[in-house]
Design a protein around this ligand. Structure first.
Ligand code: SF4
Length: 352
């Protein structure tokens, strides 16, 4: 679906759906850009609810249950749980990123903030120095807000928070600080998917774009390939994605094709069908909508400790990627990432 920002608001009013209706109301918030589009958090702030939501989130640091691991540690008192994250956000880098899905990039990039540490920690992680070793520096919420504003000044089309789960309260606080200083970009919540629904509910009316992974469909695989196991990953990620979809619906873009709001799901094809790609596409078709934006990714590499595991100690081959895209088409998915489809065509030519 492609709309101008102005038509997006008008159609939202006419559509009457929950997600679109909330966007419709956002048109009335003062202080927005010239054509009236507003990020979700602007409305929540105008209603006086954003501060309360941040307080609710920050209380979670005292007995941390920000993710399904539910460590129960008091991060405010300096205790650390599985993710090894302090109560302050740690950031590895922030910069315009051009490697994300095209609707997130525009001409000047996705405003990406890479957070250190991770609550899942896959053994094949491509960002292991950041996610496993926690490289980065601690920043205040105010400094985090300044990074968001810097990305906006540089022309980025969203604020893309990468691996946000364990620092969600800091992000919310920073969004409010930045909003009061002029932030008007949609927040893109770029998560590995190991989430708790009750925490995703705290983001309702704050996040406009959800970008979750659905990495595994079988708990035995997520248990094997996450550090210290995560057998409940498929169940937790699926429940979280359903809640994300309830909040923001399918992807809506502006006239330039830039994402304004909606759900975009990622799935990395792994060797030997470890990720459960066929089950993944069926699940999307049956539980979301067939026009959900889906990126089936081919860039699996043997990283970090993957070489210790026989089934995943190689790259995927052309057959594996082509069958993944074919399964998606057979499942009726109509909004596949265009670069993935182009890559599949290239692999298909190789197989002839
Ligand atoms: S966010 Fe970190 S400390 Fe909190 S429950 Fe998850 S792994 Fe444990």
């Amino acid at each position: 679906m492609v709309v101008t920002r102005r038509n997006f608001m008008k159609n939202a009013c006419l559509a009457g759906g929950t997600a679109l209706m909330s966007s419709c109301s956002r048109a009335d918030v003062s202080g927005g850009d010239s054509d009236g589009w507003q990020p979700a958090y602007a409305r929540l702030e105008a209603e006086g609810k954003l501060a309360e939501r941040i307080e609710q989130a920050q209380r979670k640091f005292e007995k941390c249950d920000l993710c399904p691991r539910r460590c129960g540690v008091n991060r405010q008192a300096g205790e650390k749980g599985f993710c090894n994250a302090p109560a302050k956000a740690m950031v590895f880098s922030h910069h315009p990123h051009f490697g994300e899905e095209l609707p997130l990039v525009g001409r000047k990039g996705s405003g990406t903030i890479f957070f250190s540490n991770c609550n899942l920690r896959c053994v094949f992680c491509q960002n292991w120095p950041i996610a496993h070793e926690g490289r980065g520096r601690q920043v205040s919420d105010s400094a985090l807000a300044d990074m968001m504003l810097d990305l906006q000044r540089r022309g980025c089309v969203n604020i893309n928070v990468v691996t946000p789960t364990h620092v969600m309260p800091n992000i919310l606080s920073a969004v409010r600080i930045a909003y009061r200083k002029g932030l008007r970009l949609p927040i893109c919540y770029n998560t590995g998917g190991y989430e708790r629904v009750e925490n995703i509910k705290l983001l309702d009316g704050i996040v406009d774009i959800y970008l979750p992974d659905l990495k595994f469909m079988d708990g035995r695989q997520s248990d094997r390939y996450a550090v210290r196991g995560a057998a409940d990953y498929p169940q937790m990620a699926q429940a979280a994605i359903l809640e994300m979809h309830r909040q923001v619906g399918t992807l809506v873009t502006d006239a330039r094709g830039i994402a304004l709001r909606g759900l975009m799901v990622r799935h990395l094809v792994m060797p030997n069908r470890v990720a459960g790609t066929q089950a993944f596409v069926k699940w999307v078709a049956e539980h979301l909508t067939t026009d959900t934006y889906v990126n089936i990714m081919s860039q699996y590499r043997v990283e970090h400790r993957a070489f210790e595991y026989e089934q995943i100690a190689r790259a995927i081959n052309s057959e594996e990627f082509v069958e993944a895209i074919d399964w998606a088409i057979q499942a009726g998915l109509t909004n596949l990432d265009e670069r993935s489809v182009a890559q599949a065509q290239m692999h298909r030519r190789r197989l002839r």
